[in-house]
Design a protein around this ligand. Structure first.
Ligand code: C5P
Length: 233
């Protein structure tokens, strides 16, 4: 599985997204489409970006009963996305249903990645609202990752700081997809725990997800190429 840089296309409309993608005349980057753009533009946006030659990570974080997730994943698989995700909190029956739904008649399927605990949930919220009281948050994250692996998923979304631990627990082949990446000389913005692309590479991330350091750069193509040079080469 090749290491790659995935650009988070967090745009509110197709026009804004395409104005951005039009800048890439050479190499076609792997892009992440999230809920905002998907809910604004519908499945057509996926087909159009795919037609332009990009690989797509469709970040919709499914979480529902197994039957609903299975059927919804079958729809996403037909959109020919390359990677999609769900919440590991949906438990193993839901995750196994998702794999079944995603698997096409020819046996192929998009990569399926689990979200463990959202980084917006801290240990206090986990204890007081989710009533997970006796387990430290790091162990909850690792245990969810292990459940995902045992359910047949391909990897997890995690902080680059957790990528090494995930590989130790779940094996080198279990993918780590890591946001929270910033250039050493760049703005951190609202991300709290960040790493440079070079550090993410060193620690063993398989894919980095990079949004604003590329989308808000004066020269987005140069910023993307810098990420690729630091992370992939
Ligand atoms: O602009 P920035 O590089 O911070 O974008 C990071 C992307 O990764 C965004 O699409 C964000 O929603 C996503 N993400 C994240 N932290 C997580 C999970 C997803 O930043 N824990």
């Amino acid at each position: 599985m090749g290491k790659d840089v995935i650009i988070a296309c967090d745009f509110a409309s197709k026009e804004a997204c395409f104005a951005f993608l039009d800048k890439f005349t050479g190499r076609k980057p792997f892009v992440k489409i999230g809920m905002e753009l998907f809910y604004a533009e519908g499945p057509a946006i996926v087909r159009e970006i795919k037609k332009r030659g990009h690989k797509i990570f469709l970040d919709l974080k499914l979480h529902d009963i197994p039957n609903t997730v299975k059927k919804s994943m079958a729809v996403l698989s037909r959109l020919d996305v390359d990677m999609t995700n769900l919440h590991a909190a949906g438990a193993s029956s839901m995750m196994k249903g998702a794999i079944e739904g995603l698997t096409r008649e020819d046996g192929t399927r998009p990569l399926l990645i689990a979200v463990t605990q959202l980084t917006s949930t801290d240990e206090e919220t986990m204890k007081n609202e989710l009533l997970i009281k006796d387990t430290p948050i790091d162990e909850v994250v690792m245990s969810y990752a292990e459940n995902a692996m045992k359910s047949g998923l391909d990897g997890v979304v995690c902080s680059p700081l957790e990528a090494g631990k995930v590989h130790d627990r779940c094996g080198k082949g279990f993918l780590t997809v890591t946001p929270g990446v910033r250039f050493a000389d760049g703005d951190v913005g609202d991300q709290k725990r960040v790493m440079t692309p070079a550090e993410a590479k060193r620690i063993g991330s398989d894919y980095i997800v990079v949004g604003r350091p590329i989308t808000a750069a004066p020269d987005p193509v140069a910023a993307y190429e810098r990420c690729v040079a630091e992370f992939c080469d």
